[in-house]
Design a protein around this ligand. Structure first.
Ligand code: 4AD
Ligand code: MG
Length: 465
């Protein structure tokens, strides 16, 4: 059997080379039929559709077919023919079957279709074999590729920011400590605190919450950079939109002001939606039919409409005048919750919204301060069904203003001396933002829970696989 090259199902389903001998390898989704003929739906992951293998029982013994169960992995050599059945254009007349591995029908967890997403989370090691997760994972791949393509085509350089960091200045969230000290018996200083000078890096280290600060260092040399890597937040947020380990795309641009920043964010998101429509239609159609009847329409809507841009202050006025009952009351100075963000996007404007000029007290130290002394040049992009998908800002490039701010916020200067150096030596106006990769995938797939758009979700009390 080995002299033939494996044909991928995605290629065979497009082929019209009827009569050709082919070799397919994959996992059996179903086997049905009667005493004379059996039909095997074989999926190899290259595409959502399975290919039908027709088995003439005069050529195979029952014994030979016994291990060909749902979930088993097989190789089939056969002839590609035009299909007489409905729902497919080609099928394979099986000639030879090799079973790589059977799957016991009594114990294989994906024996039947239609498992709940909650159940599938408990078998995250097997769920990629379902149509749903195949579709999500292929789209996830396509989006990662499109992100690199977008930035490469626009002259940005991919900067690898570190995953282990000695800085916790960003303040984006609680951090996971990285240490090799013995938790039962750590070395102590005279004052009784743990002596981290004896730790691996000679200081306290954590997993990064964001690559931004390093991204800024890169932008102050290369001009246009982006990071794309895993980030970690140790908050106990058990929501459908939070992960403890998630991926973030963070472009950082020298000489961009907040308007350039918004233009880039909008163009970037629209490019990604268009890329998905152009390259992932099979998977999108499946998800549209199974989970979210408005998915494809919603992607097109995002591309078709200019995002609404307004200030936080204006948004708060709209929310306060809305007459809605909120779980979290709104007033100027409070952080907006996803119920508020979604009201603006879904009810009030009916399209994505970019809010700017937030109160400085609810935003990070590095955001550029406005002349009013109260607000900063931050921006959040809000999406239907998601709420915040992007957070970013123009950065404070003035050494004096930045130093004043870090003192006000009690950030020790010694922790950020290297960051302050960029403002000391050749400072430049610049801006950037962070796109949560899984929030993007939530939007593009129409899935409702962020645990279902990453292969192995990390959430409080959950790191089994
Ligand atoms: O708004 P955030 O915290 O911004 C930053 O980290 C900045 N340093 C970004 C920058 O300017 N370079 O996070 C950015 C985005 C959010 O808008 C959201 O999409 C996503 O990251 N995000 C999360 N996604 C999943 N789980 C979490 N716990 C997330 N926290 C933030
Ligand atoms: Mg944010």
């Amino acid at each position: 059997m080995e002299h033939l090259r494996r044909n991928k199902v995605c290629d065979l389903l497009k082929s019209t080379e009827y009569g050709k001998e082919v070799l397919v390898k994959g996992w059996v989704r179903t086997r049905r039929g009667n005493k004379n003929v059996q039909f095997i739906a074989l999926n190899d992951g290259s595409i959502i559709h399975s290919i039908q293998v027709v088995i003439d029982l005069q050529q195979f013994t029952e014994e030979a077919l016994k291990p060909v169960t749902t979930g088993s992995c097989i190789a089939v050599k056969g002839i590609l023919v035009e299909s007489k059945g409905q729902g497919q254009t080609v099928e394979i007349q099986g000639r030879e079957i090799e079973v790589y591995g059977s799957a016991d029908p009594e114990t294989y967890p994906l024996q039947k279709k239609g498992h709940s997403l909650e159940f599938l989370r408990e078998i995250a090691h097997l769920r990629p074999r379902t149509n749903t997760f195949g579709a999500v994972l292929r789209i996830r791949h396509a989006m990662a590729y499109a992100i690199h393509k977008y930035y490469n085509d626009n002259g940005f350089f991919y900067l690898h920011s570190p995953i282990i960091t000695g800085s916790d200045a960003e303040g984006a969230g609680a951090m996971f400590r990285v240490t090799i000290l013995d938790p039962k018996n750590p070395p102590l200083k005279e004052d009784g605190h743990v002596d981290f000078t004896q730790d691996f890096f000679g200081k306290e280290t954590n997993l990064t919450v964001s690559g931004q600060l390093e991204g800024e260092l890169g932008a102050m040399a290369l001009g246009l950079v982006y990071t794309f890597g895993p980030t970690f937040r140790a908050e106990n947020s058990n929501t459908p939109r939070h992960l403890a380990e998630f991926w973030m795309i963070e472009p950082e641009m020298a000489f961009y002001d907040i308007t350039d920043n918004m233009d880039l964010a909008e163009d970037f998101l629209k490019y990604l939606m268009q890329y998905a429509l152009d390259h992932c239609m099979d998977d999108l159609e499946f998800l549209n039919n199974m989970y979210d009847k408005e998915l494809i329409e919603r992607l097109k809507q995002v591309i078709a409409n200019k995002f609404e841009r307004l200030t936080y202050t204006k948004a708060v006025e709209i929310l306060m005048a809305s007459g809605q009952k909120w779980e979290f009351p709104v007033s100027w100075g409070t952080d907006l919750q996803s119920e508020h963000e979604r009201y603006l996007v879904e009810k009030h404007f009916g399209k994505p919204v970019i809010l700017t000029d937030y109160p400085r007290d609810i935003k990070a130290f590095y955001m550029k301060q406005n002349d009013d002394g109260k607000t900063v040049r931050g921006m959040d992009v809000l999406f239907p069904k998601i709420g915040e998908i992007i957070g970013g800002s123009q950065r404070e490039e003035s050494l004096e203003a930045l130093t004043r701010r870090i003192h006000e916020m009690n950030i020790p200067e010694k922790d950020v001396w290297w960051y302050l150096d960029t403002r000391k030596f050749g400072t430049a106006p610049h801006s950037g933002f962070g796109l949560g990769f899984e929030r993007l995938i939530l939007f593009v797939t129409g899935m409702a829970n962020i645990r279902d758009v990453i292969p192995f979700p990390r959430t409080p009390k959950n790191a089994e696989f």
